[in-house]
Unconditional design. Sequence first.
Length: 261
Amino acid sequence: MYPGPLFWNVHTYGLMIAIGLICLFIVLFTYGKKIGMKSEHIDFVFYLGFAAILLGFASAALFQSVYNYIDDVKELGSAAKFSFDGSMTFIGGLIGGVAVFLILYNLLKKKYPVPMTQILGVAPCCITVTHAFGRIGCFFAGCCYGKETDSFLGVQFPDLPAPVHATQLYEAAFLFVLFAVLSFLLLKRGFKHNMSVYLICYGIFRFCNEFLRGDYRGNFLGIISPSQFWSLCMIALGVGVIYIVRYLLKKEAKTQQPNVQ
């Protein structure tokens, strides 16, 4: 763990986020060209992605602040105050970022008609590699840690009394593997359902990994954490996206058929 600044005022967490974002855009431009996206379409997705990332960070902070406020209301009642404390939740950022991306895409798609199926193929690769580096950043920062354990997998954080599961590294390893699988499916098999694979696989993993988390993340419905609730939503959405992609592929096939006079 290295929560302090590496040099000047650069922290390891911020450095990992920066590396992840650089990898995101490298993957976008590289994979986009390999699957036949036009250069202007890749640029369009780049600008949409940049806007989505910026507002996604705001959404991540907003979601976590709402969770914290709900918990404070339970304990303090009317004395609870809503505030931003700098903490964020990935799924909240993902929801906000995707929402912004889709809104901008639908507003501008007539001018830049990028096939949504191409975006749904490459976007999960971009998300997973970025998220993986982000989780490594969490490990260095000492947040998102797991429950206490006496297994060989235990990691001793400076501010914790006993070794804990390195849930951040578990997730990072899973995401790198998922990134490799999605990349293979997209580039070698021309697979059209990468988004569904991402949503379902990450949703299942995140739901299970939450049981090993030791930091307080709030309760939802008295049984599951907010992240587990959204993980179930991701799984359900992943199933729905299978049918959405099928519909889009049929629609694209019809538009590409020549008119017979």
